[in-house]
Design a protein around this ligand. Structure first.
Ligand code: GDP
Ligand code: MG
Length: 162
């Protein structure tokens, strides 16, 4: 059985970009506007020798209604199915109200959860990550999903050494 890794976080933090990198497809829709992936999407990843199932989700804001509520439900379902949750946040935005709401939910789950600080390309990764310790979910893992920076290290730290 391959481990199942869920990518969760609010819209526009780079979940689909990371999904595409891990599965090497252009399948997950990547866009500049939030909320394009409404349902959850499964892919098989084979990245630097790591094999696992990865789930892309539409995103959670913490205050949803209507279609967003459906999208958030899909994210919660993905968390339930996962062995490992990668909680993506945006290095450029710092902690948002939505991040706090998601963190609160994740702290109540009995899941291996890792805070992944995306979009650290061109900025100081350590300084950008510092803000996210307030989410009380432990260590912060900086990456740039669009460029691959930090991704191999993230897999090693989250899935264990090969
Ligand atoms: P999602 O809504 O969480 O799935 O986010 P997307 O993957 O659709 O990405 C949202 C936006 O962030 C897109 O414009 C991406 O190109 C951009 N993005 C994703 N990863 C990175 C990154 O590592 N660095 C930068 N600078 N932009 C990124
Ligand atoms: Mg997406």
């Amino acid at each position: 059985m391959l481990p199942v890794v869920a990518l969760v976080g609010r819209p526009n933090v780079g979940k689909s970009t990371l999904f595409n990198r891990l599965t090497r497809t252009r399948d997950a829709l990547v866009a500049d506007f939030p909320g394009l992936t409404r349902d959850r999407k499964y892919g098989q990843a084979n990245y630097d020798g790591y094999q696992f199932i990865v789930i892309d989700t539409g995103g959670i804001n913490g205050d949803e209604e209507g279609i967003d509520l459906e999208m958030a439900g899909q994210s919660l379902q993905a968390i339930t199915e996962a062995d490992v949750v990668l909680f993506l946040v945006d290095a450029r935005d710092g902690v948002t109200v939505a991040d706090d709401a998601i963190a609160k939910h994740l702290r109540k789950q009995n899941k291996k959860t890792f805070v992944v600080c995306n979009k650290v390309d061109g900025i100081d990764a350590v300084a950008a990550s510092a803000d996210f310790y307030s989410l009380s979910l432990g260590e912060i893992y900086p990456i740039a999903a669009a460029h691959g920076r930090g991704v191999e290290q993230l897999l090693e730290l989250t899935l264990g050494p090969l």
